[in-house]
Design a protein around this ligand. Sequence first.
Ligand SMILES: *Cc1c(COP(=O)(O)O)cnc(C)c1O
Length: 405
Amino acid sequence: MPDPAATPSDPGPQPAPRQPSTRAITSGRGASGRSLAPALWASSVWESTDMTDARRRATGVRVDEFYSRYSNPTVRSFEDAMAELEGAEASLAFASGMGAISTVVLALCSQGDHIVAQRNLYSATLAFLQGPCARFGIDVTFVDGTEPGAFAAAVQPGRTMLALAETPSNPRLALVDLDELAALRGPITVVDSTFATPLGQQPLAHGIHLSLHSATKGIAGHNDATLGVVSGERDLLDAIWAYGVLHGATPSPFDALNALRGIRTLAVRTNHQNATALYLAEALERHPAVTAVHYPGLSSHPQHLLAKRQMRQFGTVFSLELAGGLPAVEHVLERVGLVRVATSLGGPETLICHPCTTTHASLTDREAAEQGVTPGLLRVSVGLEDAADLWADLQASLAGAPGAA
Ligand SMILES: *Cc1c(COP(=O)(O)O)cnc(C)c1O
């Protein structure tokens, strides 16, 4: 029944916004007609009706049905779903997480500009900031993102274009205070929120300008898509798009389709993975071969209170430190069975990797020490197996590890 007191300018009481898990089901259906499954628009090009229409499509911003490097209906559906989950005006997808990061940086920074970034970063992001950015004359100052005031102290008024954080960070699960980052005046603030998933934390709600993800990970969630996505205000994304269409890190519609399918089950998957991650992290913390477990959900995490403040869920990844260093790492990696030795994260299979010799092998010894990437550090991405089966596998592989207390 319409509310009789409502006037045309006052629509009356609005329904409460739906929960994210519901929006993961209802969003991103614009290009699929009456099909419940997303439609795959493999087309790279569309015909125009006449010259005016052709001109409009060629010169507009993010115009649909022109050419797939500009926009694609399947990709757009994925972007619409992401915008809903991130609480954003709009989202923009890329061919990979690195495609998103490199396009954002090169779209917004020019020679002579300055970036403040945290030191503890995904290794390819770090390599991009240290290599190509330095080559193009974009200066980067690295700070300890866990230290209050560190970002603000490094901002150079009028010169710092971006403040770039990754929280939780890879592989040590260190956090950056989102409220403090959002309070910076001057730079555009960018948060790589991959480890949290859009359901675990909402950087934009804290006032961060751009939230980005490697959707290759938990969002697509099945190890069958390589994809990145950035969310924020439409004007800012339009500016990034205008450069991105030239940069060409264009997402494949097939990967966008797989990611959209992944979004439908994101809530149940992350709930299960979060619960198992906490269970394993707590169990490992008590194991005599383990000296430390890094997981924001543990009360022993130095930023646990911050985690409780800014995260709805603590994530599906943790890392652990073995007392016996590299020999103990070798012992464990030779014995795991159900847990597979592989990089990446967020998929159905539980994976274990040794950052020091794989994802972070390019770090110098000093950088590795600064980031806490020690020889005894292992990173675990928790999958969808039964928690007790995973614990049995980890316990069996840790038995007899050198260095156990
Ligand atoms: C994987 C990852 C990236 C890079 O994403 P790709 O899809 O591999 O290009 C960036 N940031 C974080 C935190 C990641 O885990």
